[in-house]
Design a protein around this ligand. Sequence first.
Ligand code: PLP
Length: 398
Amino acid sequence: MVAIDERGYYGEFGGAYIPEMLYANIEELRQNYLEIMREPAFEREFRALLKDYVGRPTPLYLAKRLSEHYGARIYLKREDLNHTGAHKINNTVGQILLANRLGKKRIIAETGAGQHGVATATVCALAGLQCIVYMGAVDIRRQAPNVARMRMLGAEVRPAISGSQTLKDATNEAIRDWINNPEDTHYIIGSVVGPHPYPDMVARFQSVISEEIRWQLSGQAGRENPDIIVACVGGGSNAAGAFYHFLDEESVRLVAVEAAGLGIHSGESAATSVLGTKGIIHGSRTLLMQTPDGQIVEPYSISAGLDYPGIGPLHAHLIATGRAEAASITDDEALAAGYFLSRKEGIIPALETAHAFAALDKISYRPDDIIIVNLSGRGDKDLDTYINHYERFQKAGL
Ligand SMILES: *Cc1c(COP(=O)(O)O)cnc(C)c1O
């Protein structure tokens, strides 16, 4: 059984390694999250918003031309069609309802690509709560459209100017803010990372993805279980959501796809499951990229949502126990997969998601296997990057 224990561990990964000053916040959340999530009124409100505000259920789409190309039955779970363009909104809708019930008035968040920041700013507008989003200064530059969206939605975007000025640093700033504002503030973490109960709470909010896959696949293909599920992993929330209801279905292969940047051993990578060792990051014991004396190695990926030096403890556990397979995809492989999907199916994927599609060239499968790719987000935010590299790929015979 793949299950979290009472102290928040998946096997040897997880837990809550937090400074004394965060203890009260985390404890309040830990003692209340399951009870609140199980309240019928909460469940009703969450489901209603997912349906009428987010636009769920998202389609499960049989990609015919892609299937023909690979000689397998490939279905796309269309999280890109959610309001705000990615899976992130499933979690922020859940957490804003939770924050409301805990009586919080002020919301903070961290963001990398800006998708989680937009999803958080969105639900704060919806709930009428103050919103402060921490974002690495480098990410602010490379994700300008999402910064504009957050501001338009009424959020304050605060730059993180330490370290690599990306997601890890934004997370540090958000944690610092929470320590300084323990009473009235809820911290909406955007992935299955952080101290317990965040990884479990976020996985549960995202599990609507695999819940829908089961009945949709049953209706379309006559069985609930696919042969393989493929999802990209930054912290791992879209993957956790897509895997959730299949974790104990041993016949379903789970493939977690990481960013190899310029190459796994190039020194410019975010392939945590290959390069990572056990350690503690942002309150959780997991696999992370670090030097032998415990300094975090700056991650790199062309996609701002994947360049995180750690990985959620659930995924560390799944990979360490062999339940999930890990694949690593370089920047160029992801770009090529993004151009390919655009031409084959008329869908421009987020660069993060393009990594999942590139993994179709790396994994083994049998003819006619049912493969589900979790299409975590749409590529609008990445158009500049796609366009900047387009000519190079065209010359190489795209
Ligand atoms: C944020 C993001 C990711 C990575 O985050 P996970 O928590 O690993 O899912 C992947 N795809 C898209 C489209 C994103 O916005």
